[in-house]
Design a protein. Structure first.
Length: 553
């Protein structure tokens, strides 16, 4: 069988003799922006214990808990008191036996991977010995990252620790069993990848048709079993759920450059490798919904650089906010213009056209009743990183509109935010990994203007300027990354993570943008200049309550 499960107890704390110095479970706590904490822990056992405790008994306004190799990232919604959370975490009994009870998963593997001979060479073993080493030990799912269901499995020994490929593959098939560093994993979907491939399996590591989509979760154990061939056909890909649950209310004539359905997002699933997604300029979508008479979290359209054309099927009430565009309505050669940030009627058969933005980058279209496409994990948002949610719009797409409540009323027009200056300032909190850079390099990060590049997207803003040099060599062990994190890859050019960013990353985060400023980041077009400024204590209660980094060496 592949993917069988049974109950097993969680990790035990290793016995310590009198001659072994005691190391506290919590090595340090670092702020990761104004709404998250990065807790550094002694070992995987402490990581899984903290993850289990916070999952069972969440802190006030806790959103996500992301376990990683040596850390746990805890994020909060608005109003969360991160200083109080840090103090509470230090009181938790992380040195006791874990209270988490995970599942034991058995996975059948055909050891036919293209890199199996290379792994044998790197480890000094025979191919048969590599297979024996992989199947004879129990692996523990330390965390999920990179993609939904991609579990980083920690082994009982380092015998199979091998470097990643020097040249990553552009396509790795789903079900590939691989080794990377000290971890093993199964690729849950077709994707690029740089791990060493040693086999293949029919086990589905990620399946939205299950109550718990990931086959292996943090704290679960995995045993691989060698088989000569896959004895059962791989289950068919699950059919997409019915896309529309009401009669269509809008038809897409032209999707423009890139238009997706977005709502308030799906926070709370980061431990499964699923990001929050949602509207990048959340305030603009909320404003459009209010004007239409919708609840603020209803699904609408996020339109990149205009060009969208919609035709109404039945009379519809719409509003457009965000990037400033001309709104043209046409019916039987009768053309009229309407204002942004105000409700208007799109009559049956009438066409709405969005022009190119004069300022900003992303516009938001809300329709009274909201877009009623099928929700996935509680949200109708498209996540471009994982592919979860409705596909980007195409010509001919039919968009269903939900029903309005009897108390729903159309709102008054609301003013747009001020036009951003030629160089936009974004407030940041330094850390959690600013100690990977010298004080002079951190000062250089703040002193210069950065330019938004054309390679930017919903995953992140890629910036260009004078490269930043690290003072530390080597690689950072993968850890959770919050929305707004500014990573510095080896080439020294920052990447500002947006809503579709991967939930874990392996590059040091020099600073994190305050949550209040992320809507501004969403509207920065290529060529726009950005300057980062240090957040002041008065910039918000969350920033004010964030503790200073207190890593213990």
């Amino acid at each position: 069988m592949s993917g069988t499960e049974q109950q097993t107890s969680g990790p035990q704390r290793p016995a310590s003799g009198a001659d072994v110095p005691f190391v506290p479970a919590v090595r340090g706590i670092r702020p990761a922006g104004d709404r998250a904490l990065l807790v550094e822990l002694r070992d995987v056992s402490a990581v899984l214990n903290l993850h289990a405790l916070l999952t069972k008994t969440p802190l006030p306004r806790q959103l996500d808990v992301i376990a990683a190799a040596e850390t746990v990232l805890v994020s909060f919604s608005a109003g969360g008191n991160v200083a109080a959370a840090a103090a509470h975490i230090r009181t938790l009994p992380l040195d006791t036996v874990a209270t988490h009870h995970g599942t034991h998963v058995e996975i059948d593997v055909v050891y036919d991977g293209a890199d199996l001979p290379e792994v044998a060479r790197l480890t000094g073993m025979s191919v048969e010995a590599v297979v024996a080493a992989h199947t004879s030990q129990v692996w523990t799912a330390a965390f999920i990252g990179f993609a939904p269901g991609f579990a980083y499995l920690s082994g009982e020994t380092d015998a199979l620790s091998v470097p990643r490929r020097s040249s990553p593959r552009t396509a790795v098939p789903a079900g590939s069993v691989a080794l990377g560093g000290s971890y093993s994993a199964v690729y849950p979907q077709d994707s690029p990848g740089g791990w060493q491939l040693i086999g293949s399996t029919e086990a589905r590591m990620w399946d939205l048709g299950r109550d718990q989509p990931p086959l292996a979760r943090a704290g679960d154990t995995v045993q691989f079993r060698a088989v000569r061939a896959h004895t059962v056909a791989r289950p068919p890909e699950p059919q997409e759920p019915a896309q529309y649950i009401h009669q269509p209310g809008l038809t897409v004539l032209n999707p423009g450059l890139h238009t997706t359905i977005q709502d308030a997002g799906r926070p709370g699933y980061a431990e499964w490798g699923v990001g929050a997604a949602g509207a990048l300029d959340a305030a603009a979508l909320r404003r459009a919904n209010r004007v239409c008479g919708n609840a603020s979290g209803q699904a609408g359209l996020e339109v990149l650089f205009g060009g969208l054309e919609l035709c109404a099927q039945g009379d519809q009430i719409l509003a457009v906010t965000g990037a400033a565009v001309e709104l043209e309505l046409e019916l039987d050669e009768d053309v009229r213009l309407v204002e942004m940030d105000a409700a208007f009627m799109l009559r049956d058969g009438e066409t709405l056209r969005l022009g190119r933005p004069s300022t900003g980058l992303r516009s938001y279209v809300a329709v009274r009743g909201g877009l009623a496409v099928t929700a996935v994990l509680g949200s109708r948002s498209m996540d471009t990183m994982s592919g979860i949610g409705p596909a980007p719009l195409a010509a001919g797409s039919q968009l269903p509109v939900g029903h309005c409540g009897s108390t729903s009323v159309v709102g008054s027009p609301e003013p747009s935010p001020p036009i951003q200056p030629e160089c936009t300032e974004l407030r940041v909190q330094v850390g959690p990994r600013d100690d990977w850079f010298s004080a002079a390099t951190v000062a250089e990060f703040f002193a210069q203007d950065w330019t938004v590049t054309a390679q930017s997207n919903r995953i992140g803003l890629r910036l260009e300027g004078q490269p930043l040099e690290r003072k530390r060599l080597g690689e950072l062990v993968s850890e959770g990354t919050p929305y707004g994190a500014i990573q510095i890859p080896p080439q020294g050019q920052p990447v500002l993570f947006l809503a579709d960013h991967p939930v874990t990353g392996g590059y040091p985060v020099i600073a994190v943008v305050l949550a209040q400023d992320l809507d501004k980041a969403a509207q920065l077009p290529p060529g726009h200049r950005v300057r980062f400024v240090r957040a002041e204590p008065s910039d918000g209660p969350s920033a004010q309550n964030a503790p200073a980094a207190d890593t213990l060496n």
